[in-house]
Design a protein around this ligand. Structure first.
Ligand SMILES: Cc1cc2nc3c(=O)[nH]c(=O)nc-3n(C[C@H](O)[C@H](O)[C@H](O)COP(=O)(O)OP(=O)(O)OC[C@H]3O[C@@H](n4cnc5c(N)ncnc54)[C@H](O)[C@@H]3O)c2cc1C
Ligand code: SF4
Length: 529
């Protein structure tokens, strides 16, 4: 890591960079990685620090029960009630804790889709437009997968760079039962540095502490390990940690960002660059623009359309635990996905969503997430429940609405107003999962001789999949960013995190953010050449 040649404090302007990137997660980290080989002088500003490598990384108590790696931020809901958002401020951003399920959106996700509660709008680019960058992102993040199993997937110009992660016996059994039943289970795309052919050389040890945990051995394809760490010795890249960007300043015309105001070590610093790319995560990027209002941008920077902060999405999700009499000894469970209901179900016209596996339950984590779980299984201890649990993650698309939005108050703090959409579709997905479980024979083995499920719906604080607050589009009246993710109203301001999503689909968002960051990075290289 190189330090800035000079560091001036107390509001003085420091040196000038070609590009300043705010935030080092899926968007910002990947953008830095794309730009760095050009030799352009890049300043990467990250409010967090490196996530410490410590045994707590793989301990459910500190991770899930005590929330050790969740930021201490306070946000406020629409009633002004404070809550602690599940956001993660580290080099690598939310990807340090993510499950590394690296899905492409489906081709139809890029088109307008009608949902029970509204419209999922078309993107200004098609799947085919995006495809080359998905391929590059999969290669960079070393995604494992097996093309051709999932009938909803789009065409690809290259195979997955790594073979699919194998199913362990219990999951293989479910896979075969589903296939026999006429479903199309597939090997879930996954970004872990696992070499199953040469386990002795594999960085990933295939453990159970993956989904929602940081990886102690740096074997997860997160934005720190893959994108940022390899840049740290470069002369042209400066990473400043503990550097929270609080405001963007503009020239009198309002067309150019002239100063990036940073709070670091209790001091205020101001940095300058030809190009500024904000990638602080959907809520924080909106916060930064809203808190940067000026006379020329009275409602917030780039917010003449009044769209900054609006259309916040984060998926309508459920974590579901199915119990069976048979023990589930799976260690790494996230290997299977089902998209048979993605765009509808039998006699149901609305899109329903994606089913995938999540990290294996353990008693400590369940205690942290849902204390009342034991009430549903009075004869079982939480350890028994965890040993017999098969864990699913259900994702239904939520539609963007202008009322679901981030605003800031007089202190500059985030207020998040959010009403869930598409609950009927999410309920249908849950019903389809139950049918599937019956089909695989799991229900027969339920200890209570009936279907026995516990679900944990995700409250507003669970903003892991946040997106949409600065959507891109051709029309400055209805979007914040143009097709290159440049703010319509400014000449040198870009937003390169999940904020740009006009809709979120029903698969995990990170690969799309990474692919888009490569796309925008290549655009910037062209612009700067
Ligand atoms: C527990 C968990 C599991 C997940 N699992 C998956 C999964 O399996 N698959 C998937 O696709 N997605 C998953 N996600 C979501 C995925 O991690 C995010 O979609 C992705 O990281 C978003 O990228 P981003 O660049 O928008 O934001 P982030 O990756 O969060 O990066 C934003 C960065 O900006 C920094 N920052 C914020 N404000 C400022 C500021 N003012 N100044 C400077 N820096 C700032 C933050 O510290 C952070 O480093 C998961 C998320 C979580 C939390
Ligand atoms: S499964 Fe692999 S990538 Fe995931 S936490 Fe374990 S070692 Fe790390």
């Amino acid at each position: 890591m190189t330090q800035p040649a000079q560091s001036f404090h107390d509001g003085l302007v420091t040196e000038h960079y070609d590009v300043i990137i705010v935030g080092s997660g899926a968007g910002g980290g990947t953008l830095a990685h794309t730009l760095a080989p050009s030799g352009k002088r890049i300043l990467l500003l990250e409010r967090g620090d490196f996530l410490p490598r410590e045994t707590d990384n793989w301990d459910p108590k500190p991770v899930f029960v005590e929330g050790k790696y969740i930021s201490k931020d306070t946000w406020f809901d629409s009633d002004g009630k404070p809550f602690q958002p599940q956001v993660h401020y580290f080099v690598g951003g939310a990807t340090k804790l993510y499950g590394a399920a690296l899905y492409r959106l489906r081709p139809r996700d890029f088109t307008e889709l009608k949902h029970v509660d509204g419209i999922s709008p078309a993107w200004p680019l098609s799947y085919d437009d995006f495809e080359p960058w998905y391929t590059k992102a999969e290669q960079l993040y070393q995604v494992h997968g097996n093309a051709g199993e999932d009938p909803t997937e789009g065409p690809r110009s290259a195979p997955y760079p790594w073979p699919a992660v194998s199913h362990e016996p219990r999951i293989q059994h479910i896979y075969e039962d589903l296939a026999k039943g006429g479903y199309h289970p597939f090997h879930a795309p996954c970004g872990i540095l696992l070499d199953e052919a040469q386990r002795s050389r594999s960085t990933c040890i295939r453990c159970t502490w993956c989904d929602g945990y940081p990886c102690l051995v740096h074997a997860k394809s997160d934005a720190e390990v893959i994108a940022v760490r390899p840049l740290l010795d470069r002369e042209n890249l400066t990473l400043l940690t503990g550097a929270e960007v609080t405001k963007l300043e503009t020239d009198d015309s309002g067309r150019t960002v002239t100063g990036v105001v940073v709070s670091r070590d209790g001091n205020q610093e101001v940095y300058q660059a030809d190009i500024v790319a904000v990638s602080a995560g959907a809520a924080n990027s909106a916060k930064l623009l809203l808190n940067s209002a000026t006379d020329t941008h009275p409602h917030g920077l780039a917010n003449g359309s009044d769209q900054v902060g609006r259309n916040y999405m984060f998926h309508n999700c459920k974590a579901v635990v199915a119990l069976s009499k048979e023990k589930n000894d799976t260690v790494f469970q996230k290997t299977l996905g089902i998209n048979d209901f993605y765009f509808g179900a039998k006699d149901y016209e609305w899109p329903v969503g994606n089913i995938q596996m999540i990290g294996k339950s353990n008693a400590e984590a369940m205690r942290g997430e849902k204390p009342q779980a034991t009430m549903l299984a009075p004869e079982w201890s939480l350890s028994d429940v965890a040993k017999h649990a098969v864990d699913f993650w259900l994702t239904t698309e939520d539609v963007p609405t202008p009322e679901n939005r981030v605003t800031t108050d007089g202190n500059g703090d985030i207020h998040l107003a959010y009403q869930m959409t598409n609950n009927a579709e999410a309920d249908r997905l849950y019903a389809e999962l139950k049918k599937i479980l019956n089909h695989t024979g799991m229900a027969e083995h339920h200890v209570l001789r009936k279907n026995f499920y516990m679900d944990m719906s995700i409250p507003v604080a669970g903003c892991a999949h946040q997106a949409g607050t600065c959507r891109f589009g051709p029309d400055p009246a209805t979007s914040v960013l143009d097709v290159n993710c440049k703010a319509h109203e400014l000449d040198n301001l870009y937003v390169v995190d999940t904020s740009f999503f006009p809709s979120i689909g029903a698969v995990n968002p990170a690969l799309t953010a990474m692919a888009n960051a490569i796309r925008v990075g290549e655009h910037l290289l062209g612009r700067m050449s």
